[in-house]
Design a binder for this molecule. Structure first.
Ligand code: PLP
Length: 416
């Protein structure tokens, strides 16, 4: 963790450091937890805000076998980037699991992107595109095993399975995978464990339905990070690692990143633009929802909800400032604004009406680095703490970060 903050003159006043060594480390942890399974790195939503292509390249270089995204346009962007980087398509299979009527299925087939099939309308669209392109589409049939989101219900599956068998016989599709997703893989309660057991049972039933129709996918996959860590019976042939790859726990209430041996990948930081004294009773930010309980040092951080800093974390989220005398623990006070928020840096000396310059040594200076969240072993607050402050989950804290915030990719101590 660098203490100095020296952004370029024209740079956005805030940046996210992305630690690629941590990605490689986390992948080792996840591989050790599911040693027999292939690994898919889930890089949807701009790699959970970390940067699609850089994360994908590091994941592949660190032992991921597959890449997964939700939206087809993300997969196309990813494939173009991988092609530019000279990655052989056979070495980097990509699965996209969301398509809509009107999606560019032909483009997906040409780009060598695997597609998910939950419903016959998708299979019909894919088959038509495969006929037009003159090449079979690679598909993964998705089974709804108890989440009622995507996937064929077991009731609908026999019809979909025979349609898949027919399309396969016609040379229009190759059924590469069969898959599903757990809805309560992070839940160790009795109900959660029963849910996961029921998902597995339904998955097995679905696989038998496919087999009876003559569809035999080589790659069965069910587990995301929580399944990797907590449900070995869900590993099958491949696992799909998202949040764990980014060094965050799927549920910190069950076990946090440190307990899991994971290292948070993203550090979000910005330089303070103001350090000043505010008087006892001074209201802070819109609505005056916080009033200084004593004379205080107030710092100003130039990031806000327009940048993806969650407004619901107002008056609660922790921040650490790398001050001249060491780390200064601080806290967001008052409401997070669109482009900045105030932090409380602690009590100030002196009497009311005295200028800041006569109120003793300030705990931090303008330009000092305010760390919103990062790796707690460096003294940074965590995305988990921001999630609690905002009433959400760590997934949202990192994924919401605006695309315009520079990602500084740090590899083996170098940033590039
Ligand atoms: C997002 C997602 C994943 C990854 O989940 P994590 O909990 O982040 O590991 C895996 N599979 C599907 C279908 C997903 O939507």
């Amino acid at each position: 963790m660098t203490d100095t903050y020296a952004p370029q003159a024209d740079a956005y006043p805030g940046e996210a450091l992305i630690d690629h060594g941590a990605i490689a480390h986390n992948l080792r942890v996840l591989r050790a937890a599911a040693p027999a399974a292939q690994q898919m790195a889930v890089v949807k939503a701009n790699a959970y805000g970390h940067g699609l292509l850089p994360v994908a390249l590091t994941a592949l270089a660190s032992g991921s076998d597959w890449l997964g995204v939700a939206q087809l346009p993300e997969a196309v962007e990813l494939r173009e980037g991988l092609d530019r980087a000279g990655i052989d398509r056979a070495d980097a299979p990509v699965l996209a699991w969301i398509t809509t009527p009107g999606s560019d299925f032909a483009g997906a087939i040409r780009a060598g992107i695997d597609l998910s099939v939950s419903w016959t309308w998708v299979l019909d669209a894919i088959s038509a595109a495969a006929r037009a392109v003159g090449r079979p589409a690679r598909v993964h049939v998705k089974i709804d095993t108890g989440m009622s989101r995507a996937g064929s219900t077991l009731a609908d599956l026999p019809a979909l399975a025979s349609a898949l068998a027919a399309a396969q016989a016609d040379g229009l599709v190759e059924v590469v995978g069969a898959w599903s997703h757990l809805s309560r893989g992070d839940d160790p309660s009795e109900g959660g464990l029963a849910s996961t057991a029921s998902h597995v049972e339904n998955f097995e039933r679905g696989l038998r339905i496919l087999q009876n129709a003559g569809v035999r996918p080589a790659i069965r996959h069910l587990a995301a990070t929580s399944g990797i860590l907590w449900h070995p019976e869900t590993h099958y042939d491949m696992v799909r690692a998202g949040i764990g790859l980014y060094g965050l726990s799927p549920d910190p209430a069950v076990a946090d990143a440190r307990e899991l041996g994971l290292r948070p990948v993203m550090t979000l930081r910005a330089p303070l633009t103001s350090v000043k004294v505010i008087e006892r009773g001074a209201p802070v930010s819109y609505g005056g929802t916080w009033e200084a309980p004593t004379r205080r040092w107030a710092g100003l951080v130039p990031l806000g909800y327009g940048d993806g800093v969650l407004r619901s974390a107002s008056n609660a989220a922790p921040v650490v400032v790398r001050g001249p005398g060491g780390d200064v623990p601080a806290r967001c006070v008052g409401r997070v604004c669109m482009d900045q928020f105030v932090i409380d840096l602690g009590p100030a000396d002196g009497a009311g009406g005295t200028p800041s310059s006569q109120s003793g040594a300030p705990p931090a200076r303008v330009g000092d680095c305010a760390v919103l969240f990062g790796d707690p072993t460096t003294g940074a607050p965590t995305a988990d703490q921001w999630a609690v402050a905002a009433g959400t989950i760590n997934y949202e804290v990192v994924t919401r970060l605006g695309d315009h915030i520079p990602r500084i990719h740090v590899r083996a101590g170098r940033s590039q």
